[in-house]
Write a protein that binds this ligand. Structure first.
Ligand SMILES: [Zn+2]
Length: 380
């Protein structure tokens, strides 16, 4: 009698042998897999299981006592539940945070995801601690873990800075190996992660700049939605305009002075300081474009310009000239601190929350100042 194949098993379900304990008091089915385990550790670790097992059994034929009438966990994967059961039953030495190898990361992701949903707070924080140890150096992490880790951090709404690092690493891999942006774009989109989306848009823009004209067509064929293209195009245009404001043959007027900040005469200022600052400026802009060839690197370019101006000012032939140019550098540094360099604003200009709206106003004010002051410079 007991050797007969049970109807449940013959119906396509199978026992998970490692976790089908003869002494178990609860049969749980996840997908096609039947687990026979003990109620106590589940109830003890999870508020959700506790209330699940408290439900009245009703007609005297309670769920969970046979393969034919198991407790069914809908929407879960057998893999996630297996990982939870494995560690709940593991001896203490095997759950020491320091002793879990990187190869167990998929199990940790399973435990974190399942315990988040089933209010198993202890196990959730345990899994996150193990994950935390393994993501300190992402260079050592096998690349196939980046996507599930990123999605986990989105789902659990934890560790925004770690999540951003994981996404950055993932984007770096995609760009370096010339992989499709679609998986990373889809993950950032699903997580409503604007910073992440911007990072992906920037990869695509750099590909355009390198002449990869076919990639847009490929993306459309693969179902990338129109909104992403619109943002990429408008972001690219906005960044290019922002950079071109600096890319003049003169230092923008706001960075020049009408009188000599080094105490020189008007003539000295016109014949010495202004040509000097013009040369310094053009060289710094050209050098920034050489070191950071893409417009998506606008923040790095501006910071490079500032540093280079500062460094090269040591070459000024007189103290007066150096002091005068120092004032130009100070004004430049002050103005590029304005959040106009925030990449996100270039891609999401129309959907502003209150903080962004404020930032936007500031950057508009900055642009206006620039326009107005540029006018007198045409007299040179
Ligand atoms: Zn001067």
């Amino acid at each position: 009698m007991s050797t007969m194949v049970s109807p449940a098993v013959s119906a396509g379900y199978h026992h998970y042998n490692d976790y089908y304990y003869p002494s178990g008091d609860s049969i749980i089915r996840v997908e096609n897999t039947l687990f026979k385990i003990h109620k106590f550790p589940l109830v003890h670790n999870s508020a959700v299981f506790a209330s699940m097992f408290e439900l009245p059994s009703g007609d005297g034929n309670p769920e969970g006592l046979s393969d034919e009438l198991p407790i069914v966990l809908e929407g879960e994967t057998a893999e996630d539940f297996r990982a939870v059961v494995k560690y709940i039953y593991a001896p203490p030495i095997q759950v020491q945070i320091q002793s879990i190898p990187a190869a167990a990361l998929p199990e940790m992701i399973s435990v974190a995801r399942f315990s988040h949903k089933y209010a198993m707070d202890h196990w959730r924080s345990w899994a996150l601690k193990v994950i935390g140890l393994h993501v300190t150096n992402l260079d050592l992490l096998p690349k196939e873990y980046l996507q599930p880790l990123y999605s986990l951090f989105i789902l659990l709404e934890v560790g925004p800075s770690t999540r951003a690092r994981i996404l950055k690493r993932w984007c770096d891999m995609v760009e370096k190996n010339n992989l499709s942006i679609i998986p990373v774009l889809a993950a950032a989109d699903a997580g409503e992660d604007r910073e992440g989306l911007v990072a992906v848009y920037c990869i695509e823009i750099r590909r355009w700049e390198k002449g990869a004209s076919t990639s847009a067509q490929t993306l459309t064929r693969n179902g990338v939605s129109q909104i992403h293209f619109q943002r990429m195009h408008s972001g690219h245009t906005s960044l290019t305009l922002a950079w071109n404001r600096f890319r003049t043959h003169e230092p923008p007027a706001m960075f020049q002075g009408t009188h000599c900040a080094g105490g020189g005469s008007a003539e000295y200022h016109t014949t010495r300081c202004i040509p000097y600052s013009r040369t310094q400026w053009v060289e710094a802009i050209v050098d920034a474009e050489r070191v950071y060839p893409h417009v998506t690197q606008i923040a790095s370019r501006l910071s490079h310009v500032g540093k280079r101006l500062q460094k090269n000012n040591m070459d000024a032939s007189t103290l007066k000239m150096a002091t005068c140019f120092d004032a130009v550098i100070k004004r430049f540094n002050y103005h590029v601190q304005e959040p106009d360099t925030s990449l996100e604003n270039h891609f999401f200009p129309c959907e502003l929350d209150s903080t962004e709206s404020l930032r936007r106003k500031q950057s508009v004010r900055f642009s206006r100042t620039l326009e107005v002051q540029l006018v007198p410079s045409t007299g040179h």
